[in-house]
Ligand binder design. Structure first.
Ligand SMILES: Nc1nc2c(c(=O)[nH]1)N[C@H]1C(S)=C(S)[C@@H](COP(=O)(O)OP(=O)(O)OC[C@H]3O[C@@H](n4cnc5c(N)ncnc54)[C@H](O)[C@@H]3O)O[C@H]1N2
Ligand code: MOO
Ligand SMILES: [Mg+2]
Length: 429
């Protein structure tokens, strides 16, 4: 008699996993190594931006009062006493009737209060001196970029938990973070189980297939922010698998296995959890693919038993393992982002469980559309290469027609603070 498993909701399964969430310790990394890590502390402005009054233009720094009453018919003429570029400081203080030629980004010279761009000044030379003619009047402060106009010292700019992307990097550099506080990345052990599995460089033989799951999961772990530690593939032999799993558990923060979690004679993971004395958090979820996805806790560490079927394995990682890894590295948005998208292909096969269709989303005009990335079966591997989202089709007795608006979970990009909630989902018609 095979065991009867109780399917729980996706929401509850995520919650059971996240009971074991931990944040990695803070470590300081070089700014050049901080890409795609998450800020462990907020960024606050420790100085004004800009830090001094400066010229936003290539032009002339003048005193506005020198242009009082200036016009086309009565231009004012100013003597240019010096030329300075960004990074230089004027050596002379202009008197009335004098100007300094400045470049974009230059500290506003003492004694000036206005910038006149080159295009508004007629240059002249005589008696070995330079002059400009200006045919309009200016007010003090015209075209000056003032200290603190963008950001004042003390202002909170980026919250902790934000992914360090190019924009955040620019701020870190602006405020002198040679080293950046981030959270450690978890070590995620990976085993692929299955006597049928060949290595990537082995030729096919009867009854065997190449192991693709461990390569796929390794990349998923890395993209989620973890450090994958691939231990290799295991034959479906209880002692071999048990010894490997219990030994590796000591070396990792979390352990992922693929395969061997269903009810087959050689699906040993359930018995391995039992012999370990691990607490099985769930072994059936009301979803497809990935219904057999299992999680167990042992000594405060999580074990994820992902399905051997590639699509189920992929989805199981994204929904349950990814948020745990993302939380460990300090992301404030560990869950996949949910958007509404319109189906451009029908999906008529009804299913009692919520279905996650490996899909492609794209914009058609201002409409976000979603369609299956390929054949939609748990054992399918080919559609994964074209997947950028999981369309969420709540279970029910009927399928979904073209034009239906459904939720889609985006893979990659900014995540969400909230997990998918399937507890009271009604099928949308
Ligand atoms: N009687 C029942 N049989 C099955 C049930 C069930 O409820 N009752 N559930 C089915 C579902 S749903 C799934 S999903 C699979 C889960 O199987 P396992 O997680 O136990 O995985 P395996 O049996 O080891 O392998 C399944 C399938 O995947 C292939 N595989 C395994 N590892 C890899 C790998 N690393 N790379 C590529 N492909 C892999 C393997 O060859 C099998 O074809 O069980 C159903 N059965
Ligand atoms: O766990 Mo299975 O993937 O539902 O087909
Ligand atoms: Mg099996």
């Amino acid at each position: 008699m095979i065991e009867k498993r109780q399917a729980i909701s996706i929401y509850d399964a995520i919650a059971r996993v996240m009971k074991y969430k931990v944040e990695g310790d803070i470590e300081w990394v070089d700014i050049d190594d901080a890409d795609n890590r998450y800020l462990a502390e907020p960024i606050r402005a420790d100085h004004d931006i800009p830090p001094f009054d400066r010229s936003p233009l290539d032009g002339y720094a003048i005193k506005a009062e020198d242009t009082d009453g200036a016009g086309r018919e009565n231009p004012v003429k100013l003597e240019v006493i010096e030329t300075i570029g960004a990074g230089e400081v004027a050596s002379k203080i202009p008197e009335r009737g004098q100007a300094v030629r400045v470049m974009t980004g230059t500290l506003l010279p003492e004694g000036t209060d206005t910038i006149v761009m080159f295009e508004l000044a007629r240059e002249q030379e005589h008696d070995g001196k330079s002059y400009i003619q200006i045919t309009r009047s200016f007010s003090p402060g015209d075209y000056v970029s003032f200290r603190g106009e963008e950001t004042e010292k003390g202002q909170a700019l980026v919250e902790r938990g934000k992914c360090i992307d190019a924009g955040v990097k620019a701020l870190l550099a602006t405020f002198g973070y040679k080293r950046v506080p981030v959270r450690k990345r978890p070590i995620v052990g990976i085993y692929a189980t299955g006597t049928e599995l060949l290595d990537v460089d082995e030729p096919l033989e009867s009854g065997k297939i190449r192991n693709s799951n461990s390569y796929m999961v390794t990349t998923q772990v890395r993209q989620a922010g973890g450090i994958p530690k691939y231990y290799g593939k295991l034959m479906d032999d209880f002692d071999t698998c048990f010894n490997a799993v219990s030994k590796s558990l000591e070396e990792v923060d979390v352990l992922i296995t693929t395969g061997g979690v269903s009810v087959g004679d050689f699906d040993y993971l359930p018995r391995i959890y039992e012999k370990l004395g691990a607490d099985v958090l769930f072994n059936k979820i009301a979803m497809r693919p990935g219904s057999v996805t299992t999680a167990a806790a042992y000594n405060g560490k999580l074990l994820f038993g992902l399905s051997g079927n590639p699509s189920a394995c992929f989805v199981g990682f994204e929904l349950y393992a990814r948020p745990w890894v993302q939380t460990y590295i300090g992301s404030s948005k560990p869950y996949l982002q949910r958007v509404k998208a319109t189906m451009t292909k029908e999906f008529l096969k009804p299913n009692p469980f919520t279905r996650f269709i490996r899909s492609k989303t794209r914009f058609e005009g201002d409409c976000l559309t979603v369609e299956p990335a390929g054949l939609d079966k748990s054992q399918v591997v080919t559609s994964l290469a074209h997947t950028n989202a999981l369309a969420v089709l709540p279970g029910g007795s009927r399928g979904y027609e073209t034009g239906t608006k459904v939720d889609a979970l985006l893979l990659g990009g900014e995540g969400s603070t909230e997990p998918l909630d399937d507890r009271n989902v009604k099928k949308e018609r």
